[in-house]
Design a protein. Structure first.
Length: 188
């Protein structure tokens, strides 16, 4: 089972680093083939595995889930994916603009430009998703913490066919979600 977990972690790192465009989906038979042992669920294999956080049913939490209660992709994420603006593209465009705007300021200008660019990149992603009003209106699950959202999304939706694209679009709105997903993926 350790080899399947290692392979999944490596795939996640490649995906998050941009070296791979999709996360391979492993089945119980894949785990059996790799390890030679029968597959068990994570909770059966490791009783110390944290429970899946319960979402807030509604859009009142600080972090709006990229999936809906019925397991489909939230409309704001679909809109952001259709516009092809996610965390990397929005951040790249915003970063370039921010650096150009402040490049005349020695030393600190590049750093400030990068920070301004990240903020601009996030604003680009929010606009592509239809703005905060649309994001909130088209969300039916939310969370009080980004780590709870990451744990829930990984546990409930990691086999969704558009999982990697959904993550990328969500990173544009919530840049801190990327770090939370890395922590969750490493803990599996």
């Amino acid at each position: 089972m350790k080899y399947a977990s290692l392979a999944a972690t490596a795939a996640a790192i490649l995906l998050l680093s941009g070296c791979a465009s999709t996360v391979p989906q492993y089945t119980a038979s894949d785990a059996t083939a790799i390890t030679g042992a029968s597959a068990t669920t994570t909770s059966e294999a490791d009783p110390s595995t944290p429970e899946i956080p319960e979402p807030i049913y509604g859009n009142t939490g600080a972090f709006l889930c990229p999936f809906t209660e019925d397991g489909t992709v939230a409309p704001w994420v679909e809109k952001g994916m259709s516009a092809s603006v996610g965390g990397s593209l929005g951040g790249t465009v915003g970063g370039y603009a921010g650096q150009k705007a402040l490049e005349q300021v020695p030393f600190v200008g590049g750093w400030l430009g990068g920070m301004a660019g990240k903020k601009a990149g996030r604003e680009i992603a929010i606009a592509a998703a239809g703005g905060w009003d649309n994001i909130r209106e088209t969300s039916d699950l939310s969370f009080t913490s980004v780590s709870d959202m990451a744990t829930y999304v990984m546990a409930k939706h990691s086999t969704h066919p558009q999982f990697s694209k959904v993550l990328e679009a969500t990173y544009g709105i919530y840049p801190e979600f990327r770090d939370a997903m890395v922590v969750v993926m490493r803990s599996r």
